[in-house]
Design a protein around this ligand. Structure first.
Ligand code: PLP
Ligand code: COI
Length: 357
């Protein structure tokens, strides 16, 4: 569904009193506090309307709201940082906008116009720039979300939708290198399913197996293919990469893997640095053998919330395989530092990845 929207700037309805003074921006906890304002827009009668920036706050919604019953909801995640001139830098927002619109297509939802997603984000950041933490490891996490709002419980795609961007000061997501369990029973996504869309249901389906893994002492599961459970797909909130014999190896983008923006950024940097990159099927057996014969040098997850998360243990069929120490992980440490420098404006933005406000 392609949609149009006319206005270039969104009207702003500011808060009467900012809550910023009540928040400890030096020690933000991921996802718990929300900045003063949000972008809001409605899709009604086949067009976008009512786009504005307004105080963050509760919504009044029908109990028959379509998304509550049938899960027609998608979201995005991106981050804003501050450079030493006090400018706000947002990392690759166009990519999130494009991915949201690809998810929208898969889920029978309208595309969000650039004027609402990107211009709205820019205006929101301009207004709430005081909420962007400056401390290393911290950022303002931005959460665009689009959901179905028909007050109708018949099963069909909704005809009305709401789009919001809320923002939340964030600290580190994983405080330590993670322990992950290769999942060989439950499935997150299958060929032809919704794995490549960032839709709410994918995350709901992942909760029970992730909780089980948590109760066994693991931070995350590594999903495998839904047919044979032999090939690695991704982790619950990040894509997965390995360094084996000096090569960067990662599962290819398929319709059961979320096409991560961090993933694409890491691969672009690796290629520039002359590191051999393989995007292909990666079997669990190959990884276990590489751990056993010492050719697996590094394993890490990459994502917006997680950044670059070293993996220290991989569990498979009841055995915990310990990986080499994180101090010696040359590639993951280098790519983490380079990405942090780009995101915080400490190095030239050679790729045009940063929106400056
Ligand atoms: N895979 C899943 C399931 C995710 O939720 C995320 C996070 O958004 C990623 C991968 C990484 O994607 P990105 O780098 O765009 O944040
Ligand atoms: C992100 O990294 O932005 C995500 O969406 C992961 C999340 C589910 C916390």
């Amino acid at each position: 569904m392609t949609t149009e929207f006319a206005s270039a700037t969104l009207p702003i309805h500011p808060v009467a009193k900012s809550r910023l003074a009540e928040v400890d921006l030096q020690n933000p906890v991921f996802g718990r506090t929300f900045a003063d304002h949000m972008v809001s827009a409605d899709f009604v009668d086949g067009r976008w309307t009512n786009a504005q920036i307004m105080p963050y706050g509760n919504l009044s919604l029908s109990p028959a709201l379509s998304v509550i019953h049938y899960g027609q909801g998608i979201f995005e995640g991106l981050k804003a940082y501050k450079n030493d001139k006090g400018e706000v830098l947002v990392f690759r927002p166009e990519e999130n906008w494009k991915r949201m619109n690809r998810s929208a297509l898969r889920m029978c939802m309208p595309e969000v116009p650039e004027e609402i997603f990107l211009d709205g984000l820019r205006e929101l950041m301009n207004l709430d720039r005081g909420w962007v933490p400056t401390r290393e490891g911290c950022s303002l996490y931005l959460r665009p979300v689009l959901f179905a709002t028909d007050a109708f419980i018949g099963l069909r795609p909704s005809e009305t939708f709401k789009f919001l961007i809320i923002t939340s000061p964030a600290g580190v997501y994983y405080a330590e290198p993670v322990k992950v369990k290769i999942e060989t029973h439950y499935t997150r996504a299958v060929e032809g399913g919704t794995g490549a869309a960032k839709c709410a249901g994918n995350y709901a389906a992942a909760m029970y197996p992730t909780k089980l893994a948590g109760s066994q002492g693991y931070h995350q599961v590594i999903w495998t293919d839904g047919k044979q459970h032999q090939y690695i797909e991704e982790a619950g909130s990040m894509n997965i990469m390995f360094v084996i014999n000096g090569k960067l190896v990662t599962p290819a983008e398929t319709d059961s893997v979320l096409p991560g923006i961090t993933r694409r950024s890491v691969l672009a940097l690796a290629r520039e640095w002359g590191i051999p990159v393989e995007e292909r099927k990666v079997s669990v057996n190959e990884i276990i053998e590489a751990i056993q014969n010492g050719s697996l040098e590094e394993a890490f997850g990459c994502g917006t919330a997680a950044t670059i998360a070293h993996i220290r243990t991989i569990a498979y069929q009841g055995v915990d395989y310990e990986l080499p120490g994180v101090e010696n992980r040359r590639f993951a440490n280098r790519v983490y530092n380079e990405l942090e420098d780009i995101k915080r404006g400490r190095t030239a933005d050679r790729h045009g990845w940063v929106m400056t406000i």
